[in-house]
Design a protein. Sequence first.
Length: 106
Amino acid sequence: MSVWWIMLACGVVTFAIRLSFIAAEGKMTFPSWFRTLLPFVPVAALTALVIPELLMPQGTLWLSLNNSRLVAGLIAIAIAVQTRSVLWTLVGGFAALALLNGSIAP
């Protein structure tokens, strides 16, 4: 099976899952505990994607100040707490990572 068919199938399955919630709106009542937890799904998914990249950049756990991704992530968290701005968090985190990796000359 070609990669394109796999990508198409994954897209169709993803679309069907998302459409099921839209189509069910008004026709089905979800339990209150489900509706209470639903807003936390994006945060949980993003955390599951980001944390392994910060803590295990080379496939093994690396908790050290020499881990530039971890330090840049901590700086981004500090910026997010202070500014509550997604834009400044991204800019600050990427700038910190670039500086720590030596990509930008001081």
